[in-house]
Design a protein around this ligand. Sequence first.
Ligand SMILES: [Zn+2]
Ligand SMILES: [Zn+2]
Length: 207
Amino acid sequence: MKTQCKNQLRIAIVGAEEKKWKSEEQKTKAKNVIKTLLVKHAFTETISDLDISNTSMEPDYSTIVLITGACPKGGVDEWSIVIAKELGVDRIVYPPEIFQWNNERCCVCMGKGNIPGEGGTLYPCPSCKGKGYLRGYRERNMLIAENCDILYDIEPRKSCRYCNGTGWNNDLMKPCSKCEGDGAYSGGTWTYKYARKLGKEVHKVVI
Ligand SMILES: [Zn+2]
Ligand SMILES: [Zn+2]
């Protein structure tokens, strides 16, 4: 992939897995949002080069790159990859290496990150790629937030399991702190809040 040193705008798209989307209409809307924002950024990043006398201006997809987490349960991650491929947008993918929230010590290298070969030479562990642990969802989400310029969290409405989608915490008598009152929450929203804490430009789209 030709992503190095090209000064591309790094656009992270995160959001809910497939089963949280309730209807085909809602899924179609989400896919349209993903496509629209990629197209939009492919124009705006070249705005200084725009030739306004040229009415056949095309978006330049080489100016942007998609940052995604490749959720194994489909949904926003999968749709983003498919749409980026269709448009010819470069992709940087941070998949989880183990399907749980926290990292786990690698049992192949016993957490050392390398394994001895013949003659005692040490080789990077192929299972954890030399890290000594397998990356869970939490670190995957942090990598996405740290490695993007702008992040979009795309969520189906009433999906927050902490407030049953009401946006309100009845026990504390104040807005739900997980979804921040809009009733929509997934691991993508966790990433959105983490990126915001890092000072990144973030947008949440509730559909
Ligand atoms: Zn290992
Ligand atoms: Zn909530």
